[in-house]
Design a protein around this ligand. Structure first.
Ligand code: 3HC
Length: 415
């Protein structure tokens, strides 16, 4: 299927990044939000992205101007009756998404594909708000959407193969790397990322390790930014909603850290609100090595939380495996459930989060029994969040040290 015109619903950080990528891929784009101010902010954000592309000599000024001119902002549904595709990037609340899809179904042409950029919610449920569930698909981008290479393509129960293939082709047109993930809460990357983000907050609230120390340990491990910096960038409220959903679906492994709740309750939503774990200057994007101040209210928030540091918590040098192993364990749960092909896990984490080394390669580097034993140790001291996947125990007992030794998973990789 050839796409000529697209609409993006939601002009926030994700929606504007997606609109930029679509326009640079040659599509006409309608960018919609509920208030003119949000639309203007989204367009200004896209203009900044194009200015940066010119500055980095990726595009000439004339090319950037011509791509930018393909985007029209609206607070209504102007132009939606001509689109081939809509990508919804509205609030991460199921009621909002259902309402948006109901409206889109009425207004968009019968052939149009309706994609949702939901972070974790059910694509099948969202599709049920339409009379074209075969044409509804998850297309999950990663923040910053114009930079991160990965798009997860998630079919709902009624999504047709044709729609999935069209979404995959579109990803390639946008120069993104698609990975097909079977529908499950959080899909693949968020499902792995959130136990890691959440655990970093648990470590912080125990009071033995500060934000910079936790972030630095993650960067030294191979992530491009630490979990607490990432939390502020992604949006503390977004992370809270996603984690609450995952916790409701998967139970205790995702039990939301009290600190995450506290930050939201106090309006510390991260970069966009001026403070989260760190202090932020509105509109300023900090460089990798630039020093940032901590949110001055953080110490007070931490002092208000009852600290349960677990019996084996020793302080001293921070053990990065405390936050990495929950991510690894969740990858094994995902393999156990066959929601992703084994070869796609490391690629998806690299393209979706910038992780510079293979997550599953830990099994080879450190051995599966190391991972299993450490998870058991942590589950004894810190509880259910570390409960190892049964598949991990099975592979460790079978002396498997390399996931590539496993028979190809039944999930069809798109690579
Ligand atoms: N906020 C917004 N944009 C940022 C940013 C920030 N804090 N930091 C960097 N960027 C943008 C820059 O503006 C720049 O954009 P431009 O090309 O339009 O000018 C671009 O990223 C590259 O910036 P740099 O050249 O400074 O590159 P770095 O080498 O510092 O990399 C990074 C920046 C790409 C953000 C890198 O640190 C990274 O990969 N971080 C991990 C991001 C990640 O994990 N994303 C997934 C989050 S989870 C998610 O989105 C799922 C959702 O459902 C919750």
């Amino acid at each position: 299927m050839k796409f000529y015109k697209a609409a993006v619903v939601g002009a926030g950080a994700m929606g504007s990044g997606i609109a930029q990528v679509l326009s640079q891929a040659g599509l006409q784009v309608v960018l919609k939000d509920i208030e003119a101010g949000y639309v203007e902010k989204g367009l200004a954000n896209i203009k900044r992205m194009y200015d940066s592309r010119v500055k980095k000599e990726v595009l000439t000024q004339a090319e950037a101007d011509s791509h930018f001119a393909k985007i029209k902002g609206t607070t209504g549904f102007d132009g939606f009756d001509e689109v081939d595709l809509v990508i919804e990037a509205a609030l991460e609340q199921i009621e909002v998404k259902l309402k948006v899809f109901q409206e889109l179904d009425k207004i968009c042409p019968a052939h149009a594909i309706l994609a949702t950029n939901t972070s974790a919610l059910s694509v099948s449920e969202i599709a049920s708000a339409t009379k074209r569930p075969d044409k509804v698909v998850g297309m999950h981008f990663f923040n910053p959407a114009h930079v991160m290479k990965l798009v997860e393509v998630i079919p709902g129960v009624k999504t047709s193969e044709e729609t999935v293939n069209a979404a995959i082709d579109l990803c390639r047109t946008m120069q993104k790397n698609p990975v097909k993930v079977e529908e499950c809460p959080g899909f693949l990357v968020n499902r792995l990322l959130f136990p890691y983000l959440n655990e970093a907050l648990y470590v912080l609230q125990e009071g033995k390790h500060g934000p910079e120390e936790i972030d630095k340990a993650a960067v030294d491990f191979g992530l491009p930014m630490g979990p607490l910096t990432l939390l502020d960038m992604t949006g503390v409220d977004v992370c809270f909603h996603v984690n609450q959903f995952l916790s409701a679906q998967y139970g205790l492994r995702f039990k939301t850290s009290p600190l995450l709740q506290k930050l939201v309750d106090n309006g510390f939503l991260g970069q966009k609100s001026g403070a989260g774990i760190y202090q932020h200057t509105p509109g300023k994007i900090y460089g990798k090595d630039e020093k940032r101040e901590l949110n001055p209210s953080l110490a007070k928030l931490l002092s208000e939380i009852k600290i349960d540091s677990g019996s084996s918590s020793k302080g001293g040098v921070f053990d990065v495996y405390r936050i990495i192993l929950p991510m690894f364990n969740e990858a094994v749960y995902a393999l156990q459930e066959k929601v992703v092909a084994v070869n796609d896990v490391d690629m998806a984490m690299a393209d979706g989060t910038g992780l510079k080394r293979g997550l599953l390669s830990l099994a080879k580097e450190k051995s599966l029994s190391f991972c299993y034993d450490r998870l058991i140790e942590y589950s004894n001291s810190h509880g259910e969040r570390f409960h190892p996947a049964w598949y991990l125990g099975k592979l460790a007992n079978a002396q498997i040290h390399d996931f590539s030794e496993l028979a190809p998973a039944p999930v069809a990789s798109v690579h």
